[in-house]
Write a protein that binds this ligand. Structure first.
Ligand code: PMV
Length: 335
């Protein structure tokens, strides 16, 4: 295939939080998700040799805990993420018969395995770089056809890492903003009042695929109850959309806590997460829940400014703290 060689191609894509509906969205329920102001950056250089070589600071800088986690499994620290990413790039290069070799450098503000969509953001960023190499001239706008291609191919890449994936992470990382996800075609963006969100990183990384399999077993063993919980999760999403537009922060917080109860029942919470959520609630947060797959990862908290120091004070005993995040309008960007 004919391509225009440029010295290098760069892209970046945001991570995400799931505000309502994780896990249930894998079973075609809805979800409300937001891109956040933490990104994964990538720069690709063309090389004389065919093949793909990826280097990353992902674990080293952002998440020392993943090194520990990987070491326990006897694997080099970032092999688990980087191997599927280069397999994904090689696949696209083969499919489009690109006559290129690539050296790709990844820098990320997203710790791995803590529910912030680091693998999806990496796949979206790489998919953006590959689309740019295949089709775009430097500085050219990303059309809606390009963005759809980037989303679909990133999702294919993400499924190499997590097996079954609902697509929410890749969607919001590609398109940005705050969205009500009801499958690719019916997803709409939400106009919201400002939402004072905070994250607590438990520093226990999780394996999304293991937690998704755990929930699959729950859905098979307790199918009737799972149906009820899924319909509760859908109702929470519908109410969440209304409340975000013009309702009260109290109500949004209450819905978050209700959503967390469903996640606890399907078995993706931990003792530590329950302790953290208890602390937040006693110190006056409006709501708190797991965000992402659970089993560790991050807790998403909605809290008014006047309660922050009390929450942080109480979290000190666990050596944890709140980190403010903002919803990010920009999805994938090519630089
Ligand atoms: O923890 P994360 O960032 O991998 O998010 C997983 C979200 C799930 O709903 C549990 C799975 C999915 O594919 O939507």
């Amino acid at each position: 295939m004919d391509i225009t060689y440029r010295p290098q191609v760069s892209a970046s894509a945001p991570g995400k939080v799931i505000i309502f509906g994780e896990h249930f969205v894998v079973y075609n329920s809805e979800a409300i998700i937001a891109a956040i102001n933490r990104r994964c950056f990538g720069r690709a250089e063309f090389t004389g040799n065919l093949g793909v070589w990826i280097a990353s600071d992902v674990e080293m800088k952002s998440n020392p805990y993943t090194i520990e986690h990987a070491a326990v499994r006897g694997e080099p620290s970032n092999k688990k993420l980087l191997e599927p990413l280069s397999t994904f790039c090689r696949h696209i290069i083969r499919e489009y018969a690109l006559d290129v070799g690539l050296k790709i450098y990844i820098k990320s503000e997203l710790p791995i395995g803590v529910g912030l969509g680091s693998s999806a953001a990496s796949c979206v960023m790489l998919s953006g770089i590959l689309r740019s190499i295949i089709r775009l001239n430097h500085g050219e706008e990303i059309s809606s056809t390009d963005r759809k291609w980037i989303y679909e191919n990133a999702l294919y890449g993400e499924q190499m890492i997590h097996n079954k994936s609902s697509g929410v992470d890749c969607y919001v990382s590609t398109y940005g903003g705050l969205v009500h996800f009801v499958g690719f075609t019916e997803t709409t963006s939400i106009k919201s009042q400002p939402l004072p969100f905070f994250l607590i990183n438990t520093r226990r990384s999780h394996e999304t695929s293991e937690l998704v399999s755990h929930v699959r077993r729950f859905s098979r063993n307790s199918s009737k109850r799972f149906e009820e919980l899924t319909s509760d999760a859908t109702a929470i999403c519908s109410n969440g959309v209304k409340e975000m537009a013009n309702g009260s922060l109290e109500e949004i917080g209450r819905l978050m806590t209700e959503n967390h109860k469903l996640l606890r029942e399907i078995g993706v919470s931990t003792k530590e997460i329950e302790k953290i959520i208890g602390i937040c609630s006693r110190c006056g947060s409006l709501g708190a829940k797991i965000t992402g797959a659970g089993g560790g990862g991050s807790v998403l908290v909605l809290a008014r400014p006047e309660t922050i120091s009390a929450i942080n004070g109480a979290l000190k005993g666990l050596d944890l703290c709140l980190e403010a995040i903002k919803i990010e309008d920009r999805g994938l960007t090519l630089d």
